[in-house]
Design a protein around this ligand. Sequence first.
Ligand code: AMP
Length: 420
Amino acid sequence: MISRPKGTNDLLPAESQKFVKLTNFTHKFMKKYNVEFIRTPIFESYELFHRNGELSDMVTKETYDFLDRANRKLTLRPEGTAGIVRSYVENKIFSPGHFSSYYYIGPFFRYERPQKNRYREFYQIGVELIGNKHFTQDAELISMAYNFLKEIGIEDFKLKINYLGNHKELSKFKIDLSNYLKPLKETLSKESQLRIEKNPLRILDSKSEIDRKLLVNAPKTLDYISPKQTNEFQQTLKILDKKNISYEIDHTLVRGIDYYSEIVFEFQTSELNSSSHNAIGGGGRYNDLVNELGGPKVSGVGFAFGVERMLNLKNNLNSLPENIDIFLTYIDDEDSVDSYIIFSNLRMQNYKVYFGYKSNTLKTEIKNALGLGSKYLLIFDSKISGKGIVQVRNLQQHSQVELKYEELDAYLRENLEVKK
Ligand code: AMP
């Protein structure tokens, strides 16, 4: 037997129904917000994710990099933003004053240590708003993400927000943070010790209890940002307050990807019972990425939700499958063509029908029909009933009539509601 690769999932019926509901909901939801669907490749050039300065852990340790048959260096996308910005720049979608809003649904790949809710292949639903920047977009994006979770019935979450500043403010902050942490180096967790020089920011969101205690008095990015940035941040929060969106300011929230600047946010839940992967999703603003990838100096702001995590949380995507109305089966092979043709005609007339392909005894077929919640069982048995006659069993009232084929539609129409 060949098994699926470690860290991947088969999405089987029941779960797959919820996934279909979630994607259908997403398309409707995004229409309301005037956000358009975008699809970019699942693999991109290696350089897109391994640019100079893009030194996040995810990129250095977790990407699936490979050479194709012509020795091109490629990477399976670990996240959505870089590919969308690449596409925005490559297709020259920008023009002065133009604003683009995109959403995507698709698989992403990270070579992580697999466990429940952390996979090597996982799906994300995300949004990117790219163009001239304004703080109302930050508020719009955060409330969009918040409403998305609420509307699919996810209630147990906290929204955490922080403001990082731009390169200038962050560089000063990183120096001060490093200086604060250096005397504590020996007491920090092993992982954090390794990050002191290269990536002190990431120490802020360390999950180690010891680190968290040591960070209580660490410098805060909010003390480094300009008065203009402070004001914009306050305005965004004011909008969220007015919309009754509750949030917490979290000075340690930095997010794992290095291109973030200014506002960052994350939706966290206690329902996943894990401190290391309690995020349902998150995002933030990126001021330099579009320009770094060869586009104009415009900014973007985006978020992504993890689909597996949303499906695993309590939600309202779970409603019962729809019952069928009519189950058809035949006793003898002689009747297989007639019964199949009548089945497909009934389907064309919008009855909710199911065809038992006679791999079973009548007793099992009755059980199957009941299992699917069917109201009628149609039995084609011409040896007993005669040619052109069908037995119509009402499974709820335990009654039975015999009808000619041509009488069937009128009879069913009288007894069943049929969607047109
Ligand atoms: P990120 O791009 O890391 O901010 O991830 C956004 C969301 O995607 C997270 O909050 C998770 O819900 C989900 N996610 C990220 N990595 C994984 C993974 N390895 N397995 C499952 N879900 C993930």
